[in-house]
Design a protein around this ligand. Structure first.
Ligand SMILES: Nc1ncnc2c1ncn2[C@@H]1O[C@H](COP(=O)(O)OP(=O)(O)O)[C@@H](O)[C@H]1O
Ligand SMILES: [Mg+2]
Length: 221
């Protein structure tokens, strides 16, 4: 699935003052490709990722997914649930659910698997990330890096065509960081459109395209 951003503009209003974060974003994200977006803190990276994920409104412009407009809440929520895997900067795990319950949640609407199949599938995904002994822990019983990996498993569990990750390795040690980059690389190789915000220069080695967000503009270097 491709994502085409056309003249996307976003301003925030604070204390009566308007602040333009994205001025005129035009970019086409393709399938089969691993993009990294870099930029200073406060440059609008999270804003852009959340807009692309369909969870944040923008002032003007258009987003096309596979050259199609998605309008209205039901169309957008179907897109989010079926086609977009989002890993938030702050993980946003549900504190009242165990790790495995957090990952099972997006599978809730999936009618092609029985509950037992879902549980076995999720357990297998946890073991891939060496997290099989943590499935019954609540988020507060997990380290930041472990929560980050649960958020990644959750983002990928529905096999989304678009994967968006906002600083996915901020809390990981070297080995886990490499593992996460390799998983995202593999997803792109499998045909996905992968867009990752990161400060980590090591990610460039895994990416196909490096983009910069600066002064409200997105450009390739
Ligand atoms: N809800 C909001 N209301 C007002 N300003 C915001 C809001 N969210 C973000 N901002 C401001 O917009 C700018 C971009 O934020 P963000 O997208 O989080 O940047 P980044 O992820 O690159 O650090 C920052 O200056 C931030 O303070
Ligand atoms: Mg951010």
């Amino acid at each position: 699935m491709t994502i085409k951003l056309q003249n996307i503009k976003k301003t925030y209003e604070k204390d009566g003052k308007k602040k333009c974060v994205l001025s005129e974003i035009n970019y086409m994200f393709s399938e089969n490709t691993f993009y990294v977006i870099m930029g200073k803190s406060g440059s609008g990276k999270s804003t852009l990722i959340n807009i692309m994920a369909g969870i944040l409104e923008f002032d003007s412009g258009e987003i096309l997914y596979d050259n199609q407009k998605y309008v209205g809440d039901s169309m957008l929520s179907k897109l989010r649930n079926e086609s977009i895997g989002l890993m938030y900067q702050s993980y946003l795990l549900n504190d009242n659910m165990t790790a495995i319950e957090n990952v099972l949640l997006p599978l809730y609407l999936n009618k092609n698997m029985t509950n037992v199949q879902k549980i076995n599938y999720v357990k297998k995904e946890f073991s891939k990330l060496k997290m099989e002994d943590k499935i019954m822990n609540f988020p507060k019983e997990l380290s930041g890096g472990e929560q980050q990996r649960v958020a990644l498993i959750r983002a990928l569990i529905n096999n989304p065509k678009i994967i968006l990750a906002d600083e996915p390795t901020g809390n990981l040690d070297k080995d886990n960081e490499r593992m996460v980059f390799e998983i995202l690389r593999q997803e792109a190789n499998n045909g996905k459109c992968v867009v990752v915000v990161s400060h980590n220069p090591k990610i460039i080695h895994y990416a196909d395209a490096v983009l910069y967000l600066n002064n409200g503009e997105l450009y390739e270097k």
